[in-house]
Design a binder for this molecule. Sequence first.
Ligand SMILES: O=C(O)CCC(=O)C(=O)O
Ligand SMILES: [Fe+2]
Length: 495
Amino acid sequence: MDPEVGNGCVQEDEELGWGKSLPVPSVQEIVRNDSLCVPERYIQERQNRPDYHSEVSYASSEIPVINMSLLANGDKDELRKFDIACKEWGFFQITNHGIAETVIHNMKDAIAAFFQLPFDEKKKYTMPANDVQGYGQGYVVSEQQKLDWSDVLFLVTLPPSVRNLKLWPVALPGFKESIDQYSTEIRKVTEEIFAKLSLLMGMDTDGLKMLHGEMKQATRMNYYPTCSRPELVLGVSPHSDASTITLLLQDDKITGLQIKHKDSWIPVKPIPDAIVVNIGDVAEVLSNGLYKSVEHRAVTNDKKARMSVATFVIPSEEVEIGPLESMVDDKQFPRMYRNMKYVDYLRHTLERKMDGKAHTEYLKLPLDTEFYPASLKLPVMDFSLASGDEDEQRKLDGACKESGFFQGCSSTILGRIQRVAEEVLAKLSLLMGMDKDGLKMLHREMKQAVRMNYYPTCSRPDLVHGVSPHSDACTITFLLLDDEITALQIKHKDK
Ligand SMILES: O=C(O)CCC(=O)C(=O)O
Ligand SMILES: [Fe+2]
């Protein structure tokens, strides 16, 4: 068994489940008691709120639609469309998937029936303190964290041997049968999608299936009550799914899902009885980043509650996930992710709140400067020429716009940071269309704070960060680095 790393020591732990989540109130009950109430804990920070009233802010493009029957029958055009959908979108809808309408409708009815049960009935299936399965909410790890405007029933559904039926509302007529039928059908569609993905990733058709060991399905049934202030809350916070792929059944009429595409939030307009499929973190890692597990979220509305059923297809817990040999090429596609046992990755995600793409970032290997020599190419500014050399001025302008980073030389730097800062701010002021002393005046009494960092050696540098990714909360930063050790990395064009 792989080591668990915690508190600086290596331990074995067989007893851990997938994780746990703090108990939170039922949003459905909050709304039932007072339909206008939106407690503070649900009000998102301003920058995270959905841009609810401004439809124009959403790009108008729509995610690709794949005809599964064409794809399964070997249609070359559909396979090309599928490849592009996985590479450029990470999200698509499938039609002609072969799942009977009744199976889909029964599944939707079963979820609706569960959430219509009286609260006291639903409470019987509450998530235990040490589990993420059951009725409640996942990914809640602190009392301070903002909460999502939704209630969830999360169940591991396949294989049947791993079900925890104590948390299933089996007494609800048709509930178990509906899940049985739906998950069996979803498994068939998954195998079809896996076969095509396997080919595209340079494996035999059964490559992905074999690699998953005993493939599992976990199903998250989401209930989003109406919200009197939908512009302040999120139904589900931005996240990527810790699955290989996710198949989502959504309400036929209410648009709630949005995906991040080229820095815009794009709504996924429902197609009746179609299923939304997305690439999850495991497929991103296996494909060495060729297929992206795209960030998505759900918004709410003030008119009608929405339900959705997300089925996560995941490998067996013991499976080691990492880039496939066929997806790595030392020259063009260096290995981007480290290997990890799947259950360890799952636990890592479930110990944290949903947070955009933060979970897959954790699997990324430090960049190899041989492949990404960008750091060696940071522009070098000579501050002794700051008095007005035009080439230096152009270089500064380019450096600030292109990468936000540059290196400075000249002996004027040491011991004279304040003077150099004033020099740089003067040039920046001019570039920003102000007088030379514009930025200086704007700062009034300019302050400096110094942070001295000491990075001890680490026996597992592949598991830790010296400093986590961040930007600096200042106007500019001057950084004095070790002359011999390369360790600072900047994010430039997504690398
Ligand atoms: O409700 C939706 O449309 C999205 C749900 C989702 O992303 C999830 O459960 O992981
Ligand atoms: Fe999701």
